[in-house]
Design a protein. Structure first.
Length: 731
């Protein structure tokens, strides 16, 4: 064997092996094979220099891999390090070299943005050395995270509750979630009214101005003011005050980078960031194609928007041949990332082969893989297409005191929407003439209340982290996952809720370790890591600057922070296991529990009474046959199996109302459901069938297109409306 190529994953190794001859052997390290030990701090202080010296070890489960790599490397003429192109990959390559007894700077290091034959051959022709600045930046991150986690987590466990953890990115992210919940809890709704009118029987308009004053959202603060305006409008004659028509372009979207891919996959596909990255990893490392095993997207951990010239040229040729000259801009489009420290030598996420389109890919990829690939493919093509063109129209209707505004919009040219899709329907306004009199046919006022800020979902939290500079592409998904694992957050209906313990931990960190939860500190540290990677900052000076003051705070915290563990001994013994009972404080007040929790789950009320037993119903569990009982939750009462936790069957106390009309898409049953924004109707075959209606479906067919119609109230009258073409007719 002449040459050995070492990568991280077996899948990546298999794909690269397809491109090379027998003179190469490609093997996988299977991730990190050298790291800080799990059971000890793993950092020592040099007595002379004060430097922090990491004491790396080879984990037991990696020892066999290291032994194999050593044997193969001994017989190889050349050993190539071919780990991922980011800092973590650089550090893994550095540790691989040391683990097999080689000098990291003596081994050729090859990098590539995509796993295709051309990319691999080019990388082999242009090797470089391991970038020690990038390695030092990654070591700094690793040691900082170990210092915070290893020193602060035990303090949280000691002062609050066992099993708690803290981390630089983790804790500042948690504070964002807690702060948003605080905003929601402190929010006081404000009353406001809207006034909508119908002119000429079909033109819908909203109040815009009253007695010379332009009305903003909260301008009409009460019913009296609303009634005053409605009364005035009914007594006035209206004319067309002005007609304004403008044309504007909608800019093409940039290609995806890690954060925007995770956001789009979350909102459009319902994928969690973790799921998105798992699928993207497989698409990058290699899947079966009509050309054999090959990576079909470029590297998916990137904060760059750069695109290779060859890829752009290929895309432009494809756009011209497939869609025509109208969809091809005169010049290729370039995009620049706004984030500091973006690695511009990298590329955005794009398909590796334009000819491997969605139709072709569907023959080789699984359901979720094709969904994500299509998203990436279409976004890449769209980034090199012409802009979409719209015509917007605004008409003002004026009386003596009231001015109403009607708006319309029409798509003139779809541009990049040709590939990404455009689902909105044009809202056209009729042809009118300035100063032409118009009739006010209907007017109504409606009361509203301002709503608190929405809780983060995974997509919006990642967007916030990115805007603040907290973390980097590789950290977004793992951060959210660890917050869930540690029970700091719960995700309900795709919204992130902090748990009670999250408030307690955040409050303690804010008071005693403010820099750990400070987004500015965390973002600034990311910039420092960027400077280390660029060779502009010494990594040991950064570690020493952080370590000594932080350790001092930990020691002070051990002495001064009052224990927040609410567990007062009662002197009573548990009737079930004999351990002492303690008084604890939970979300719903004080209670007495066994100190042997979680092994013993005995509890009772502070007044000495046993907790109220759930009400047993006549309904039988359809999974295990035990009686169902009524329990309470944050969302109200529900039915649960009395055999819990052995059986975790649960269902609504009041089953959703079923309609007598079948789903127009799949023929399944339609149910009335309650969502965050009120009542809606959905198919019981969800998620396979995603039919949703905001008003009640009926068995009436649309005379225009034959699709299902529903009944809704418009201007006080019940009206049939088609769910597809929006045709309306009186009931």
């Amino acid at each position: 064997m002449k040459n050995l190529i070492i990568v991280e994953s077996p899948a990546k190794a298999r794909t690269i092996s397809n491109f090379l001859g027998k003179e190469y052997k490609v093997v996988a390290s299977k991730g990190h094979i050298r790291d800080l030990p799990k059971t000890t701090f793993g950092i020592e202080i040099d007595e002379k220099t004060g430097d922090l010296i990491p004491k790396y070890a080879i984990p037991r489960d990696a020892s066999a891999t290291v032994k194999e790599l050593k044997t193969l490397a001994k017989d190889a003429q050349n050993v190539y390090i071919a780990t991922d192109e980011d800092r973590e990959g650089e550090a893994i390559g550095y540790h691989i070299a040391l683990a097999i007894g080689k000098d990291p700077l003596s081994l050729p290091r090859i990098v590539f943005h995509e796993i295709t034959k051309n990319a691999i051959m080019h990388a082999l022709e242009t090797p470089r050395n391991v970038d020690m600045d990038s390695v030092d930046a990654q070591q700094t991150r690793r040691l900082l995270d170990r210092i915070v986690g290893y020193k602060l987590s035990p303090l949280l466990s000691n002062k609050i509750q066992k099993g708690l953890s803290a981390g630089r990115v983790q804790s500042s992210t948690l504070k964002l979630v807690v702060d948003r919940e605080r905003e929601i809890q402190a929010f006081k709704p404000e009353e406001y009214w809207t006034i909508d009118a119908t002119f000429q029987k079909e033109i819908e308009a909203s109040i815009y101005e009253y007695k010379g004053e332009k009305l903003e959202k909260l301008s009409i603060a009460n019913e009296a003011k609303a009634n005053e305006i409605v009364t005035a409008a009914k007594q006035e004659s209206f004319r067309v005050l002005s007609i304004e028509t403008t044309k504007r372009n909608t800019k093409t979207p940039p290609p995806f980078m890690t954060s925007t891919l995770q956001q789009a996959a979350s909102t459009q596909l319902g994928f969690s960031p973790k799921k998105t990255m798992m699928i993207a990893q497989k698409l990058y490392e290699g899947v079966k194609t009509d050309k054999g095993m090959m990576g079909v997207i470029t590297y998916m951990r990137t904060d760059s928007l750069n695109l290779a010239k060859e890829a752009v040229d290929t895309a432009r040729t494809h756009i011209k041949e497939t869609y025509g000259d109208d969809y091809l801009p005169a010049k290729a489009k370039n995009y620049a990332t706004k984030s500091k420290g973006a690695q511009e030598a990298h590329e955005a996420i794009r398909p590796t082969m334009v000819e491997f389109d969605s139709k072709t890919a569907s023959n080789y990829l699984t359901g979720d893989e094709i969904k994500l690939y299509r998203l990436i493919y279409n976004r890449f093509l769209a980034s090199q297409m012409t802009e979409a063109q719209f015509e917007s129209q605004t008409i003002l209707f004026a009386g003596d005191n009231c001015v109403f505004k009607a708006s319309g919009r029409k798509l003139l040219f779809d541009g990049f929407y040709k590939v990404t899709g455009y689902t909105e329907k044009d809202k056209l306004l009729p042809e009118l003439v300035q100063n032409e009199p118009v009739s006010l046919d209907a007017i109504k006022s409606e009361q509203h209340f301002t709503e608190p800020p929405a809780r983060y979902n995974e997509a919006s939290l990642i967007k916030k982290l990115e805007s603040l500079g907290i973390g980097r592409p590789s950290t977004y998904a793992p951060t959210i996952t660890i917050l869930q694992t540690r029970k700091y957050i719960e995700i309900e209906q795709k919204r992130i809720h902090p748990t009670e313990i999250a408030f307690t931990v955040t409050e303690m960190l804010e008071k005693h370790f403010s820099e750990i939860v400070d987004s500015h500190f965390t973002a600034n540290m990311e910039e420092v890591l960027d400077k280390i990677a660029e060779g502009k900052q010494n990594w040991q000076s950064i570690l020493k600057e952080f370590y000594t003051p932080f350790l001092h705070k930990i020691e002070e915290g051990k002495k001064q922070i009052k224990s927040l563990k609410i567990a007062t001994p009662t002197g009573e013994m548990c009737p079930e296991c004999g351990a002492e009972l303690v008084l604890r404080k939970g979300r719903y007040g004080e209670f007495i529990a066994c100190s042997n929790f979680p092994k013993c789950k005995y509890t009772k009320n502070p007044d000495g009474n046993e907790p109220e037993q759930p009400e047993v119903t006549d309904e039988i569990c359809d999974k295990c046959g035990a009686p169902m009982v009524i329990k309470d939750s944050k969302k109200g009462k529900f039915l649960a199996c009395s055999a819990y936790p052995k059986c975790k069957n649960a269902k609504p106390l009041n089953p959703p109302k079923e309609l007598n009309v079948p789903c127009p898409e799949c023929g399944g049953k339609l149910q009335e459901r309650q969502g965050r924004r009120g009542k809606f109707f959905g198919c019981t075959n969800y998620p396979k069938c995603k039919f949703i209606a905001n008003f009640e479906p009926t068995d009436k067919k649309c005379p225009e297109c034959g699709y299902m119609m529903g009944v809704k109230t418009l201007r006080g009258k019940e009206t049939y409306e088609c769910f597809k073409c929006k045709h309306k007719e009186a009931k």
